[in-house]
Write a protein that binds this ligand. Structure first.
Ligand code: SF4
Ligand code: SF4
Length: 166
């Protein structure tokens, strides 16, 4: 099955409609995480990402910024042959939580064909988003709910999780 990429406004509506059921399920898992949760989420993650084209979406790069660690900044600055301090001054700001993020959204490195200009050197958080293949998934249930409103893949993963009996 090929997973369609809804436009951002439609995805938000779909995610908000599913939110009460998703919250109910995650509330249960927060109290008692199923033993096989990580295994099941990873299986669903792989299936969804095999059948979904991130290049037709790029909504994460268009609407939110990853948290940037100094190693990310050093790597991207090196790829662009810049000093990290110049990179920081040009592209980053500190957010309300004290994390460094990109100054602008869409991301300054998102190109018109949705490719990433610094793909090989992209931040760790970009590589890992939407985190649906990480271990101890029960620790990021609230974040995942938030991600369903932005990321079609996260939305489909949670839809499929609701269809399981774990
Ligand atoms: S990770 Fe999610 S939001 Fe980002 S491009 Fe892929 S489907 Fe879209
Ligand atoms: S660095 Fe690349 S992958 Fe990360 S938000 Fe920017 S365009 Fe997207």
């Amino acid at each position: 099955m090929k997973y369609p990429i809804p436009d951002p406004a439609t995805l938000k509506l779909m995610a908000e409609k599913a939110m009460p059921l998703n919250r109910q399920l995650f509330k249960r898992w927060k109290k008692k995480p199923p033993r096989q949760l990580d295994e099941v989420v990873k299986e669903i993650h792989d299936e969804v990402f095999e059948s979904l084209d991130c290049l037709a979406c790029a909504n994460c790069c268009k609407s939110i910024s990853p948290a940037l660690y100094y190693k990310d900044i050093e790597r991207m600055a090196a790829a662009l042959r810049m000093k990290p301090s110049d990179f920081m001054a040009k592209y980053t700001r500190e957010d309300e939580e004290g994390d460094f993020v990109f100054r602008l959204t869409p991301c300054p490195f998102l190109m018109s064909d949705n490719y990433c200009q610094v793909y090989e050197s992209r931040p760790k958080a970009c590589r890992e988003y939407p985190h649906t293949d990480r271990t101890r998934f029960y620790q990021i249930l609230d974040l995942t709910l938030k991600n369903t409103t932005v990321c079609p893949a996260a939305y489909y993963v949670v839809e499929k999780l609701r269809g399981t009996n774990i």
